[in-house]
Design a protein around this ligand. Structure first.
Ligand SMILES: [Zn+2]
Length: 143
């Protein structure tokens, strides 16, 4: 797969260098796959499969390591649905998700569509860092 020069430099400069990650060939390739198509929620396995389809020879372990480096650098946000694999969100800002159990797919809940109401008072000496809501969905049975 040919990667356009524009998105190469986007990953090198706007993503990797801006957070102090050296733009190695594999990091740039994985960054392009993740960020080249808008906001996405990918598991390490999904990204590994895309890398292989793109002719990039990279091990699943390297994909995991790279995703954890991206996470530590704040480029992506890990999301877990109970009992499911971890998904990595290319939109690292605070937002909530639907999880479609039938498809194993995470979908953004539109901003403002979820009323959190009253949050519990955290225990003494604690503060709330953020609130991650995952609303699990399944298709209604057809009558
Ligand atoms: Zn999201």
């Amino acid at each position: 797969m040919q990667t356009p020069a524009r998105s190469q430099s986007f990953c090198v400069f706007s993503k990797l260098r801006s957070v102090g990650l050296r733009p190695t060939r594999q990091r740039v390739a994985l960054c392009n796959l993740m960020f080249g198509r808008g906001d996405r929620h990918l598991s390490a396995e999904d990204l590994h499969a895309e890398a292989q389809d793109a002719g990039e020879s990279v091990s699943l372990a390297t994909v995991y390591n790279t995703l954890h480096q991206f996470t530590d650098a704040g480029l992506v946000r890990p999301l877990s649905a109970e009992g499911q694999r971890t998904y990595f969100d290319t939109n690292a800002s605070d937002h909530h998700h639907f999880f479609i159990e039938d498809d194993g797919e995470m979908v953004d809940i539109p901003a403002g569509a979820l009323d959190l109401g009253q949050l519990p008072e955290p225990p003494e000496g604690m503060e709330i860092v953020n609130v991650d809501i995952v609303v699990r969905l399944r298709r209604k049975p057809t009558a």
